[in-house]
Ligand binder design. Structure first.
Ligand code: ZN
Length: 237
């Protein structure tokens, strides 16, 4: 199966629309959490993903916006945006976010936002943390997000190594694939990051899609979100 992997859309509708327009034919759309938080269009992003039949797991921002819990763990900018999203969304939309599972296993692939050890909150930045997740995985393929940086971690022969999330990567043994962030990339490339996973060929192709960053910045300012959230989109940090 060919699956589009998207994560950390963060209510950036302009980026999501550009990615969907750029996407080849796929048999599934898997969203690895943080669909809301930070960005200007939480409701429209949720509606578009539901309309496209996307499969979602919960991220820490989805959980905070949906339930109102965990806001104290956020920095002030993230907490302010989460509170604003909570106020903008309908009760039905908040309930949907609150009811998202933190882990799913469609077609023998494990999906989480953070890590297998702590699906909502743990960042997998290095091989040591990745190793702990890969050791827990009940499937050969796992996918996560949360860091906003594309990467592949591989556990083979008791040792975990990392590969940059660029171009086409062949997947061997036990792997953790992070497609990066659609709505707020943090690897100094402002283009939306996402990936196409082929579960039969066992490959992942990392994709980048340019979008109208200035339009998202305009919407962020119009809606009164903190200016820092607009500034960082231009530099991809
Ligand atoms: Zn995020």
């Amino acid at each position: 199966m060919r699956i589009a992997l998207l994560s950390d859309v963060h209510a950036n509708l302009v980026a999501l629309e550009a990615v969907l327009a750029d996407m080849p034919a796929v048999e599934g759309l898997w969203i690895l959490g943080d669909t809301v938080g930070y960005g200007p269009d939480p409701s429209d992003v949720l509606a578009l993903l539901r309309q496209r039949g996307a499969l979602l797991v919960a991220g820490n921002h989805d959980h905070a916006v949906g339930t109102g819990h965990g806001l104290e763990a956020f920095n002030p900018v993230a907490a302010k945006a989460a509170r604003m999203h909570r106020a903008w969304l309908t009760g039905e939309e908040r309930d949907l976010l609150a009811s998202l599972p933190t882990l799913r296993c469609p077609d023998g692939v494990t999906l989480v936002h953070g890590s297998l050890r702590d699906p909502l909150w743990e960042y997998v930045w290095d091989v040591r943390t990745a190793h702990a997740s890969l050791a827990l995985a009940e499937t050969e393929l796992s996918c996560n997000g949360h860091t906003h940086v594309p990467a592949v971690f591989t556990l083979d022969g008791g040792r975990t190594t990392s590969t940059l999330g660029r171009g086409l990567v062949r997947l061997h043994r036990r792997v953790l694939v992070n497609p990066g962030s659609v709505g707020q990339p943090r690897d100094r490339d402002p283009r939306a990051a996402w990936a196409v996973l082929d579960t039969e060929a066992r490959t992942v192709e990392f994709m980048r899609t340019a979008y109208d960053v200035a339009e998202t910045q305009r919407r962020l300012r119009t809606r009164g979100l903190p200016g820092f959230l607009a500034d960082r989109l231009a530099s991809g940090t």
